[in-house]
Design a protein around this ligand. Structure first.
Ligand code: GDP
Ligand code: MN
Length: 380
């Protein structure tokens, strides 16, 4: 789960990382009120779950409340890489002497977390890595040994930061960011830019924060930060129904159980010359209500021309799935043809149930490949 800048900064603050004071605003009038409360020059920042806001005109300085209101009007509604701005963060403007970069992320290859620090902040880190790789100081933290302060010192020296006062502040910020990363079950905590003010004070001016979805149950406060309106309507519906759903751009809607089977189903559809429109993973359950929910989500996608139901029964039982399909067909009108392939536990019973009911527009196939061919044919 990605957090907005202002949410990431809220977590930074909880861990003692210095940030500027600010307010959330959803209208130009709210932006004006926020600027009045903060006083002085402010920066008006688009809150979207994507980077590069500065370049896209989503970050603007405002001299006074009236100016903040005007800038807010310009930024709200802006489309930044496909994300429409509906919320703003208004914060005390900072004076910037230097822009550094600091992040913690996973290095999956090394099975350790990785700290990166560079004086070349304020631009995309990939750009620095490509043009000036020596400017990046990198350091792994062994999860068993944990973070040691000498590591931050190495990182700071490695980045070539030699002002003692900056070193001291960074030592503390690095330790706090690492703790924030671990204790929030984050997958990425990035500060770009981490600024040095003309007075020599170091502060996080931006935040990019990703939390592991699988750990959200341990962080109800972070889980609550999820902004449902930021997701496309089908994905929102899927999430509410607890269905795993991914939108793609072909014509065949795919419903399977288990990530492995679903992935191979996508491949088989491609092999049969078709393209998946989306896929839903019923997971290990696949009871009648689960099937109804998944079918509702899949058929809400106007690109779907046929549906491929691919179930391998393990814990999931074929008869249960068959009943789910019939129940779904009773509850809703499905215009697209459905191709079903059932295998594994109680597959025989499931196929019998479908054959007895013989709903129109429903086809059963014995193998995955035949079913894929049929679904592709019917989508043409
Ligand atoms: P991003 O473009 O999405 O990464 O958004 P950032 O929050 O990093 O802001 C982009 C750029 O705007 C920063 O690199 C700064 O140069 C500039 N900026 C942001 N906040 C301030 C501020 O308070 N004062 C000044 N002078 N510039 C700012
Ligand atoms: Mn940034």
């Amino acid at each position: 789960m990605d957090l907005y800048e202002y949410q990431g900064k809220e977590l930074f603050r909880r861990f003692g990382i210095p940030t500027s004071e600010g307010r959330v605003a959803a209208t130009p009038a709210e932006a004006r009120a926020a600027a009045e409360e903060l006083g002085g020059q402010v920066v008006v920042k688009a809150q979207v779950l994507t980077g590069g806001r500065g370049k896209a005109g989503g970050v603007k300085l405002a001299d006074d409340p009236a100016d903040a209101e005007r800038k807010a009007g310009e930024i709200l509604g802006l489309d930044i890489n496909g994300h429409v701005v509906r919320k703003l963060w208004i914060e005390d403007a900072s004076e910037i002497a230097k822009e550094y970069y600091l992040s913690v992320t996973f290095d999956r290859g090394a099975k350790q977390s990785l700290l990166i620090l560079t004086k070349e902040g304020g631009v995309e880190i990939e750009e620095v890595a490509a043009t000036n790789p020596d400017a990046l100081a990198r350091l792994h933290v062994d999860p068993l040994e944990g973070y040691q302060p000498y590591q931050a010192r190495q990182l700071i020296y490695g980045a070539g930061i030699d002002e003692p006062d900056e070193q001291k502040q960074l030592l503390s910020i690095i330790e706090k960011l690492y703790r924030c990363f671990v204790e929030s079950d984050a997958m990425l905590c990035e500060i770009n830019p981490l600024i040095v003010t003309p007075e020599g004070e170091i502060r996080a001016l931006d935040s990019k924060f990703t939390v592991d979805d699988n750990a959200l149950y341990r962080h109800p406060d972070i889980a609550e930060m999820r902004d449902l309106e930021a997701y496309p309507p089908e994905e929102r519906a899927a999430r509410e129904k607890n269905v795993t759903y991914v939108k793609l751009d072909g014509e065949v809607g795919i419903l399977g159980n288990g990530a492995g089977l679903v992935m191979s189903t996508l491949d088989v559809i491609a092999l049969a010359g078709g393209r998946p429109a989306n896929f839903c993973d019923l997971g290990g359950g696949g009871d009648a209500q689960g099937v109804v929910d998944a079918l509702e989500v899949i058929t809400a996608d106007p690109q779907v021309r046929s549906i491929f139901f691919n179930i391998f029964g393990g814990i999931t039982r074929g008869d249960e799935v068959a009943r789910g399909i019939l129940q779904a067909l009773e509850q809703m009108t499905i215009e697209q043809p459905i191709v079903v392939r059932l295998d594994g536990t109680n597959a025989e019973e499931g196929r019998q149930i479908l054959a007895d009911a013989a709903p129109p527009n429903l086809h059963t196939e014995a193998t995955m490949l035949d079913a894929a061919r049929r679904a592709v044919e019917l989508a043409a």
